[in-house]
Write a protein that binds this ligand. Structure first.
Ligand code: FBP
Length: 552
């Protein structure tokens, strides 16, 4: 295998743990708080989770431990999209269980939840673990997006776990996977099975967070990776002075990544989907906001700039959301008629004639490429795959048309050459930043402590993350506490609440105070590449989102 010098050096990196967790395992105690309630819909959630509802928050402190140190067998899965640091969660868990009893075993189920269903697993040995310490990616055991939902699937999981004699299962995933983890924990209890389930908060999107889960892992590294590239592009733009860069950023629905990148790099425009939705902005007003920045900068002789676009944007523009929902219904209801049309122009014409008047007008206002993407790329459920829609190109082309008109009216005299980019996958498997490496290792180690204390239905938690790692507070939060009821596919379901950008929150408010200036000036900031070694202010800092949220 080829190992780069950085990878070799990262193997040697010892992730930092909170002081309370640095003790000998025999000197860590679990301190339990009082009974908890779910965020909302308490009665309904209590009924759905009779065995696991209301458990206390747990924190780990120094003291004489009452843990179980017998040899145990633990299974682990990585679920959903990759996020830097997943391997370190496994490393923390591995080191914890082996430190407590060298006879304990850790099994990695392959390819995410599907591995659990198919009993497809490997034992994680010390040698295997050492190959993946402090590395990015999920390639050690891979990941997948199979959802564990039905009783039939749960029966199968229980069956497979029994055969392996598992004591516990650790689910490393986002809000959906942790919701499924909570349901699984409840299910095991309802079947009188002692198998424990512990979750760990993963997703680069940063939308699995609340008062107790301050951030999901991977957000830090992914945002820093994108911010490096955006800073480099901004500098290239200021050097060549001839391009406007339209950069679409991953993050599915929430705009946390775009906002964090804006705070780090000061682009001319950064759209925040949550704001677009709350102000009920039209596509035309979004285009106008960008075009105004282009015009003002052109007045100064600056025909260049940087625009950040969260990938979920179009679903937050009310008129496009309506259009997409009509298209989904139309194409699935009349699928035979629609697929019988072979010519692209015929398809577009057919769509136009079958849409409601308002949506037909919106559809017609879009560039042809986008009209096509909206009707062709569909997922197995028949939905438009929004992340495949080239919003960067859509906005660039609409801004261009806006500017042509402004030019005719004598309101714009510049030259507009847009370039599109999409930053997504390149941020999901980077070597985890020191923050993510430490956070993930601590999450994994904490999940072992939760298991050793006989707990189930908890998510591993580290708090006070704005402080140095040694001061973090490790513990567990009952999964039911983070839940509420939401409508999913027409049915009310208990789910962990997804955190979108809070428009009253400090990170967004800070951005609002700065953006008018950034729209006109070239006030770019250049974060540079993630640093793994060097002064702590260069290599150990978390995101600006976290520091603005936490520093009151
Ligand atoms: P998770 O929520 O599973 O962590 O996924 C994050 C994400 O990277 C999103 O930002 C993105 O929209 C999606 O995964 C892409 O999914 P896929 O990897 O299946 O193309």
């Amino acid at each position: 295998k080829s190992i780069t010098p950085l990878q070799k050096a990262r193997y040697e990196y010892q992730p930092k743990l909170p002081t309370a967790l640095q003790q000998d395992i025999k000197h860590i105690i679990a301190v339990r708080g009082s009974a908890t309630e779910s965020f909302a819909d308490q009665q309904e959630i209590k009924q759905l989770f009779p065995h696991t509802y209301g458990q206390p928050i747990v924190s780990f402190e120094a003291g004489a431990s009452a843990m179980n140190f017998e040899a145990i067998k633990v299974g682990v899965i990585l679920s959903g999209g990759q996020a830097p640091g997943g391997h370190n969660v496994i490393a923390g868990l591995f080191d914890g269980i082996k430190r407590a009893n060298a006879g304990s075993k850790l099994y990695g189920f392959l390819g995410g939840p599907a591995g659990l269903l198919e009993a497809n697993y490997i034992e994680i040995t010390s040698d295997l673990m050492d190959e993946y310490r402090n590395t990015g990616g999920f390639d050690m055991i891979q990941s997948g997006r199979t959802k564990l939902e039905s009783t039939k699937q749960f029966d199968q999981v229980l069956e497979n776990a029994k055969v392996l004699q598992l004591n516990a299962l650790v689910v490393i995933g986002g809000d959906d996977s942790n919701t499924n983890g909570a349901v699984l924990a409840e299910y095991f209890k309802s079947r009188n099975s002692p198998i424990q389930v512990i979750g760990c908060p993963k997703t680069i999107d940063g939308d699995l967070k609340n008062q107790f889960i301050e951030t999901s892992f991977g957000f830090d590294t992914a945002a820093k990776t994108y911010a490096e590239l955006i800073g480099n592009i901004a500098r290239d733009a200021s050097s060549a002075r001839k391009y406007w860069h339209f950069i679409k950023l991953m993050g599915r629905s929430a705009s946390h990544i775009a906002l964090e990148c804006a705070l780090q790099t000061h682009p001319n425009v950064c759209l925040i989907s949550e704001e677009v939705e709350s102000k009920k902005m039209t596509l035309a007003s979004v285009v106008e906001e960008i075009a105004q920045s282009v015009i003002k900068r052109a007045d100064k002789g600056w025909n260049f700039g940087v625009v950040l676009i969260p990938e979920g944007l179009i679903e937050f523009i009310p008129e496009i959301k309506q259009l997409i929902s009509e298209l989904n219904d139309l194409i699935s209801e009349k699928s035979t008629e629609f697929s019988a049309l072979t010519d692209i122009d015929e398809k577009i014409h057919w769509i136009k004639n079958h849409l409601e008047t308002e949506s037909a007008a919106v559809y017609l206002s879009l560039p042809k490429e986008i009209q096509l993407q909206l009707i062709l790329d569909r997922d197995p459920h028949g939905n438009v795959q929004v992340s495949l829609i080239e919003t960067d190109k859509l906005l660039a082309s609409m801004v261009s048309s806006y500017l042509e008109k402004a030019q005719v009216q004598g309101l714009y005299k510049g030259k507009f050459s847009p370039l599109g980019h999409f930053f997504g996958y390149e941020g999901r498997c980077a070597f985890p930043s020191n923050f993510d490496a430490d956070y993930c290792y601590s999450l994994g180690y904490t999940s072992f402590l939760l298991i050793a204390n006989g707990l189930t239905g908890y998510i591993s938690s580290l708090r006070d993350l704005q402080r140095p790692a040694s001061e973090w507070i490790a513990g567990g939060i009952p999964l039911t506490m983070m839940m509420n009821m939401e409508k999913r596919h027409g049915e009310r379901k208990p789910v962990i609440r997804k955190a979108l950008v809070d428009l009253n929150g400090k990170p967004f408010q800070h951005f609002v105070r700065m953006r008018e200036r950034w729209a006109v000036e070239s006030d770019y900031a250049y974060p540079g590449a993630i640093q793994y070694y060097g002064p702590t202010e260069v290599c150990d800092q978390g995101t600006l989102t976290l520091s603005l949220e936490k520093n009151r």
